[in-house]
Design a protein around this ligand. Structure first.
Ligand code: SF4
Length: 262
């Protein structure tokens, strides 16, 4: 849901921006394109509106962490939108999402220079360590070679890059065709090679999407022990909608509310 929310406990702003439709736009479980901007004017205006709301919140609340989601890769946003966002990102922990093909030493270095964060966290939707699940079932279009390249890039950056950058993998669960053993194996493997895992519970938004399946208590316990976060995608802000967040112009989520990563 497009908009801005504030998490009191984490001193965190979550901004869901409008982007263009993701350049891949083929994953079987994804309908983020429904939140995409209808044209560039819509994209720019929404970006400016969201920036204003972030600034308002930053005047009123302590903010340590800013998470940006745009229904695709952050690197696909127009440079002027990214440059505008740099007004609020300096020396903050900044989180973005990206497909692997946008991740290169130069692209990350360039983004880092613009945003000037204290730390940049890049979340990558690998979803599974298994090529067959990733590409035949989910149609992610991410080969084993790309997974390996990103792992190597991360290693290189940890040693050579003058800045703080973390790579985190999303792992999908609760979807027809992905068994619990494979979810656990994916979490273990990505934990070995990246900076952590966020497990995301699949939600079926439309009839044509893959089926949701039940999740065992033992899997949930495993995920809670081994992941940075387990996103059950229950929060209102993750509802897919092109309309502005109805929680309010800049909803504030308090201590008692549970707000998971996306
Ligand atoms: S890469 Fe991400 S945004 Fe693009 S289609 Fe797949 S899940 Fe959706």
């Amino acid at each position: 849901m497009i908009g801005v929310t504030y998490d009191e406990r984490a001193k965190r702003i979550i901004a869901i921006l409008k982007g263009s439709v993701c350049s891949w736009n083929r994953c079987t479980f994804c309908c983020f394109y429904e939140e995409a901007a209808k044209d560039l004017g819509d994209l720019f205006l929404t970006g400016k509106d969201i920036l204003l709301k972030i600034k308002e919140l930053m005047r009123e609340k302590p903010v340590d962490r800013l998470s940006f989601f745009n229904g695709g890769s952050f690197f696909e946003l127009p440079l002027s939108v990214v440059s505008d966002l740099s007004q609020v990102t300096k020396q903050k922990l900044v989180e973005i999402e990206s497909r692997p093909e946008f991740l290169e030493l130069d692209s990350i270095h360039h983004l880092y220079k613009i945003l000037d964060p204290r730390r940049l966290v890049i979340r990558i939707g690998f979803e599974s360590i298994y090529d067959k699940i990733r590409n035949s079932l989910l149609i992610k279009g991410i080969s084993d070679g790309e997974v390996k390249r990103v792992v190597e890039l991360r290693g290189y950056m940890k040693n050579e890059f003058d800045g703080e950058v973390d790579f985190i993998a999303y792992v999908l669960f609760g979807i027809d065709g992905i068994d619990e053993q494979s979810v656990m194996a994916s979490v273990k493997e990505f934990n070995k090679h990246l900076d952590g895992v966020i497990a995301v519970k699949y939600r079926m938004y439309h009839e044509w999407m893959p089926r949701e399946i039940g999740v065992s208590q033992s899997l949930l316990e495993f995920l809670r022990r081994n992941c940075l976060d387990v996103d059950m995608t229950e929060s209102e802000i993750w509802r897919i909608s092109n309309q502005p967040c109805k929680l309010g112009d800049s909803a504030v989520i308090g201590d008692k509310d549970e707000l998971k990563d996306g």
